[in-house]
Design a protein around this ligand. Structure first.
Ligand SMILES: *[C@@H]1O[C@H](CO)[C@@H](O)[C@H](O)[C@H]1NC(C)=O
Length: 443
């Protein structure tokens, strides 16, 4: 039996035909009724009707709306940053650097997490004027014009970022991860940056306010150095040492320092490998050409998927608890872990250190929450709003498409090097010119 939708579609189709027929043959004596009857009879007979569209089941769980995590900015300027983390003016000159090295933070989705990263770097001492948020949303001017709502995953609040004093650069279209990295390289020409730092947006950065076990001294002692100052020192030391250096990693590449000259020598990132595995490809190619990548520590940089409920906590405002919320919580039944974790201060301590410890411990809990049983990148899935807004794209589709592109990128990496894993030099002594020339070494 043809279902009702088939009949309905047939009806609509018939009316459309008739309108056209009516225009083409105004004297036609066929009535609408005749044609409908004829179509219904055809549908009841053996003749196949037009294909029926079938919808996927609706998602059974919709995450709760996200909440702004720095509402204070709507009514007042940001609080002062902790005074021991306030950068001295032109601090880069103290480190004999020709220009202030910028910190680039790319953004595609999940505003509360980006805002948290920016606030954490500022309150850890990075000068806001030297931070550049790279808006890579593909929504053209929609965010700059304030046309997107908070529930839209691509929402970025330009007003709030300006209030924080950071810069915004927009990519002309949505770039893949590898393309974004090459875009950073292109910015060095435009801005005359001899070096730059870049950070993932899903991190919390803290200075070693407790001294970091000898990395510096505690915040209230002479000689204390913030994350920013240690980063400047790392660049100064690297410049003094010279040689073929490509990068410095601070917590893998969660924060990195880049020497553009090295990127140029290997022809930049391979944009054919758009997401995962492109880092393996890039970092191994740099090493193959003799460019060093040194791991270093300048602060605590934690990989997270959630955000502190109220970002005033980074400014150590009294009475604000260090609690976090998952901006995109998975369905409750799958979510075994607690999503929030208020850390109470240890009374025996100096109150400033107690607040810092609360930040550190909570961000550590956030790391475990991200890397727990919920799947690392599910955080990018749940923010579901924005229907009808400019450049709207269904999130479920974006997630699925990105997964496919990512997997294709992994396959391109495997074919390029004939190898499945990240280690290209150690496993098989591959050299730079082996790219795309090797048979695969796995079944
Ligand atoms: C963006 O931030 C400003 C504060 O700087 C605030 O007043 C405004 O409400 C925010 N916009 C949205 C859509 O949340």
């Amino acid at each position: 039996m043809p279902n009702r939708r088939v009949l309905l579609n047939l009806g609509i189709f018939t009316i459309a035909c008739l309108v056209i027929a009516g225009i083409a043959f105004p004297s036609s004596r066929v009535t609408i009724q005749d044609l409908v009857v004829q179509k219904v009879q055809e549908a009841k007979g053996a003749k196949p009707g037009p294909p029926v569209k079938k919808y996927k089941p609706e998602p059974t769980y919709v995450p709760p709306p996200i909440r702004e995590n720095f509402p204070l900015l709507a009514t007042s300027p940001p609080p002062p940053i902790p005074k021991w983390n306030q950068p001295r003016e032109d601090m880069y000159k103290e480190y004999h650097l020709p220009v202030a090295p910028p910190l680039l933070i790319g953004f595609t989705r999940t505003w509360p997490v980006l805002q948290q990263a920016v606030v954490s770097y500022i309150t850890a001492g990075w000068p806001a004027s030297q931070i550049y948020v790279i808006e890579n949303t593909g929504v053209q001017q929609a965010n700059a014009r304030g046309q997107l709502s908070l529930q839209n995953p691509f929402f970025l609040n330009h007003t709030a970022l300006k209030a924080l004093g950071v810069n915004i650069i927009q990519t002309p279209t949505l770039l893949s991860f590898a393309q974004l990295q090459n875009f950073y390289l292109s910015l060095t020409y435009e801005h005359n940056w001899p070096y730059y730092f870049w950070s993932h947006m899903d991190v919390v950065a803290l200075s070693f306010e407790d001294g970091g076990g000898g990395m510096t001294v505690p915040y209230n002692q002479p000689g204390y150095k913030t994350l920013y100052e240690l980063a400047l020192a790392a660049l100064r030391n690297q410049r003094a040492k010279g040689g073929k250096w490509a990068m410095r990693f601070f917590a893998y590449d969660h924060l990195s320092l880049v020497n553009p000259e090295a990127y140029e020598d290997v022809g930049g990132w391979d944009t054919m490998i758009p997401y995962y595995a492109t880092d393996c490809d890039m970092y191994e190619r740099l090493r193959m050409k003799g460019w060093s990548i040194v791991e270093d520590r300048v602060g605590i940089i934690t990989d997270v998927a959630s955000a502190f409920e109220d970002l005033r906590v980074f400014y150590r405002v009294d009475g604000v608890q260090a609690k976090f919320v998952d901006p995109n919580p998975p369905p409750p039944e799958k979510n075994q872990r607690r999503d929030t974790d208020g850390v109470t201060r240890r009374d025996e301590e100096d109150p400033n250190l107690a607040k810092w410890h609360a930040l550190r411990i909570t961000s550590d809990n956030m790391y475990h929450h991200k890397h727990g049983n919920r799947g690392r990148n599910t955080w990018q899935l749940g923010q579901q709003g924005g229907q009808g807004e400019p450049f709207y794209y269904p999130q479920q589709g974006l997630a699925e498409a990105l997964e496919l592109i990512t997997e294709t990128g992994r396959e391109i990496f495997r074919r390029k090097w004939g190898h499945r894993d990240c280690e290209l030099i150690k496993d098989g002594h591959r050299v730079y010119d082996d790219a795309w020339r090797l048979e695969k070494d796995f079944k």
